[in-house]
Design a binder for this molecule. Sequence first.
Ligand code: G1P
Length: 293
Amino acid sequence: MKHIRKAVIPAAGMGTRFLPATKAIPKEMLPIVNKPSIQLIIEEAAASGIEEVILITGRGKNEIEDHFDVHPQLEESLRRSGKEALLREVVTPSQLVTLSTVRQQRPLGLGHAILCARHLIGNEPFAVFLPDDLVDAQKPCAAQLIDVFQRTGKSVIALMDVPREETSQYGIAAGKFSPEDPRCLNIETLIEKPASRDAPSTMGVVGRYILDPRIFEYLTRTNPGRGDEIQLTDALAAMAEADGLVGYLFEGERFDAGDVAGYLLANLNWARKVPRLWRTVQQYVRSHQTDAG
Ligand code: G1P
């Protein structure tokens, strides 16, 4: 059974949906409660057995690397003042995984971003995490996909049922559900962001993928597609036809942290896990329930 040790996290996007907040701060550093959202992603990766993360970045993303590095001065000051709990919070990010970064020098699309990691992945299967997609699940979403990869030997992508009027925001997959596992879809068709009238189903792709390294071959042969960008979805569609591709309806709740409303909901979801915070939110909602909206 092939162990999945490496993951690619494309984080080169400009975060225009969050301007002006992202004028000088990478969107991946915006907090969910008290952690940058990218930390939740890397925690999910580590909890799924990932040891090495390759971050695809661009200009203005250095804070992400700093966050996952040690900070001797701050650590020493917290140690000296006996703030052990805070010290643990500060040290944890640097211990989760080994991080390398590759710069994507031109914004040629998600498929191109993945291709930038080829020399560091080599010839082994790997995971891809899109950092806008936060998933709260009992068993990490990536770990669920890794199980399916190990069972089927095929590349696996996360799916969720989306409202038909939203198909143009997702890769959409169609095929036949497996008789052995009703959550597994043997993908026959995969289309990037189809209009609702053209969508072959409402099975939307969520940003977690376990990929056979052959994907790099497909990516090098993929022409620019939607938005004139090299789309990972198009390379996966070619792979589905030739080698097979499994979609997995994962268990858990997904938040689109790349969108202001989704980001607020993600904050509420993670605040719910801190009783003191959650009581404050509930009090606030109760006292504003009659406000016009
Ligand atoms: C990307 C993928 C798309 C997928 C989505 C999930 O699109 O291209 O297939 O459904 O992530 O979040 P993006 O939202 O980055 O444009």
